[in-house]
Unconditional design. Sequence first.
Length: 59
Amino acid sequence: DGALGLLKIKEAGGTVLVQSLATAAFTAMPEAAIALMPDIQQLSPTDLTLYIRNLLSQL
């Protein structure tokens, strides 16, 4: 299950993000992640792209 995988990543100290419910065509995946981790970052597709690019630029 994707949400459980995200939870494991978070528990290991990783960064986890989901697409915002307002912008998701299908909300089941982000809803499942939010149910497990209510504080998970929810970002629009544009903001997800910018966030990931920023992370990659720090490598």
